[in-house]
Design a binder for this molecule. Sequence first.
Ligand code: GLU
Length: 445
Amino acid sequence: MNVRVRFAPSPTGFLHIGGARTALFNWLYARHTGGVFVLRIEDTDAARNTQEAVDVILNGLRWLGLDWDEGPLTGATDGPFRGQAGPYFQSQRKDVYRQRVTELMNKGMAYETDGTVRFRMTREPVKIPDLVVGEVIRELNDDEQKDPDFIIVRSDGQPVFHLVNVVDDLEMGITHVIRGEDHLSNTAKHIALFRAFGAEPPQYAHIPLILNQDGSKMSKRDKGASLMTYRDEGYVPEAVVNFLYLLGWSPKDNREILPLTDVIERFDLPQILRHNARFDLTKLQWMNGEYIRGVSAERYVELGVQALQNNGMDLSRFPAPYIRAALLTCREKIKFFTELNDWAEFYFLDVIALEGAAPFTQETKAHLSQLKSKLLDLSDFHADAIGAAFKSLSAELGVKTGALVHPVRLACTGKTIGPSLYHLMEVLGKKTVAARMDHALEKLG
Ligand code: GLU
């Protein structure tokens, strides 16, 4: 079978972490099977339907790296969506829904009443075969017994979610509907609609919900519920993806850090765990640190530059190799890219502010001057050679290396902590280091 799956979010202006996981599971299944991943924006609710709300979804998926395969071309000739297909927008497919409603009315499966169109729902129990939940039999409850039919077109002419969702899954040839368990209660209606169109329903896989650490249901306001907070708080998208596939799926070998390629190879629907997944922020934070150190240097630098630019830093006047070397000295230090600003800012300042620092003693001044001339004499300004100069001078002077390290760090960075001193000096280069030492001697002398 040629697998075709879809992610069908409604643009609410918010991409919930559970929605992101639904998208990921669909994407993984498509990539695992060599199938097609369709993105369909369910935007029939005109009141909420804004470009910003759609962008939240598109940017979220792009940030996670979940590319979709199909749809009308966006027509964008530049920008992030240049040449890219899709997504489908339900708001552009009204004719399709109108025709399908007419079809149901012609078949006697739908009828008009009080300005609305209602679907003639089956009175029989509906069997829902589900690849995750198992088989569910949905029987009509007492209220529904009296009147099981439901509205598919409202009196204002708007087609209702159940109808458009099913029509699109049918028209788009969707073979597997992978979605949150909150939609299980809609599925009997959907199956009945498929049958009314004379079609076999797709296979269903309803994924258990994501709960807070304490077991309560995760709502919009809960910490960590919005995907975009992870981008804004300096997470590595690959770490978030890794965290998300373990929320409800398991490789069954206790590994936590799993490369995406392994997961694509192994991911399958029956392995989705039946119980609700608990959201463990501490684990995600740990994972993020692992990814910061684990991704390639190129990727690390790319994400670091993005974070600094998002923070308003202008890096355009610095050469790429300098930026790269500077950011790499901070790699072991940070757990989130948002910390990078504090760790790396001194690399990109013309003048180091020393306000508030205690003045140097006469001794420190003398030592720094001697150190400076030793450093200027180095033909090879590399961390090892710099370190050796510190050691030999401190031995000569009979002081601890720390007595030199602290004032030099202050002079070069304006701070008392930061990346490894000899490495950061190497990156700054001999000229800048000497200039910063002079500046400090002048200000604090
Ligand atoms: N628009 C629905 C939602 O966001 C889609 C449900 C489905 O995947 O079928 O919940």
